[in-house]
Each structure stands twice: as structure tokens, then as C-alpha cells.
Design a protein around this ligand. Structure first.
Ligand code: MG
Length: 160
């Protein structure tokens, strides 16, 4: 068995009045959403970068440039599916992933199980291999001031 580990990090700014796409779902009644070329799903972007990083395939900006009309307003679930295709076409499977979302508000803890299910479906694994954790930054820094969201993702790939 061969293994590869990857990590990803992403940040997006919050803007009042935009829909908040996070972990593959639209957070109900969120007053603000993420400024981005795509739907701004910062959690799925960090996960894409972790998967690409595990196989040294560059980063999300290289594969889905924010200057390209093709990815304007893109559903990040489609970006994640495209990255997963690169992973599986090389014979790799996801052993597990662990994602930490830092967001001051709204509280998203009640949505993390839904996110796990959606992400697991795209990665082709069971939800018990997908961890999504939510935290605040105790009102510190840009995240704490409600200016943006940060996400860290790690992933372990395996190949027989
Ligand atoms: Mg991004």
C-alpha cells in the first residue's frame, strides 16, 4: 500500500447580501456570502488544494483560473468532482479527510453532517471518513471581525 498526504488552505472575504455556499450547501438565512469568481465555497476549495497537493498537481488556481469564463459562478462541487477525477484516474483513493472551518458567524455546527454527506458522495467514500469541524476565532483577527472565513483541509490518499 502506498500513501500520500495533502493539505490545503483557503480564505474568502464575506460580503453582505451574497448567498453563503460552504461545504457544498447553501447556508440558510446567512446574511453574507463569499466574494469569489466561483460560488466561493471556501471549504471545498481548501479540500481541492489538499487533494491536488497530495499528488503534487499544483493548486486550484492553476486548474480553474479565476480569469476563465468557464469557471465564472461555478458550483464548487463540480470543481471538487473534477479534482477527484484527476485523483482516481491515477489509481488513488481517499482514505480520509479532516476539514476545519473558522467562521465567526453564523454558527454552522448544525450543518456539518450535511456537508460530510455531500463531500463523501463526491469523494466516493463513506461519511465516516469525512470530518468537518467548525470553530470561531474568538472574535480575533479578520475572521473574528466577520470579514472572512478560513478553512484548512488535510487528506490522506492510498493506493493498493
Ligand atoms: Mg477559493
Amino acid at each position: 500500500m502506498e500513501f500520500r498526504i495533502g493539505q490545503g488552505y483557503d480564505v474568502h472575504a464575506l460580503k453582505y447580501g451574497l448567498p453563503m455556499w460552504l461545504g457544498g450547501i447553501c447556508i440558510p438565512d446567512a446574511p453574507a456570502g463569499f466574494v469569489a469568481h466561483s460560488d466561493g465555497d471556501v471549504a471545498l476549495h481548501a479540500l481541492c488544494d489538499a487533494l491536488l497537493g497530495a499528488l503534487a498537481l499544483g493548486d486550484i488556481g492553476k486548474h480553474f483560473p479565476d480569469t476563465s469564463d468557464e469557471w465564472k459562478g461555478a458550483d464548487s462541487k463540480n470543481l471538487l468532482a473534477a479534482v477527484m477525477e484527476m485523483v482516481s484516474s491515477r489509481g488513488w483513493k481517499v482514505a480520509n479527510t479532516d476539514i476545519t472551518i473558522a467562521l465567526q458567524a453564523p454558527k454552522i455546527g448544525m450543518f456539518t453532517d450535511r456537508m460530510r454527506g455531500i463531500i463523501a458522495g463526491i469523494l466516493g467514500i463513506s461519511p465516516d471518513r469525512v470530518s468537518v469541524k467548525a470553530t470561531t476565532t474568538e472574535k480575533l483577527g479578520f475572521t473574528g471581525r466577520g470579514e472572512g472565513c478560513q478553512v484548512w483541509a488535510v487528506v490522506l490518499l492510498c493506493k493498493d
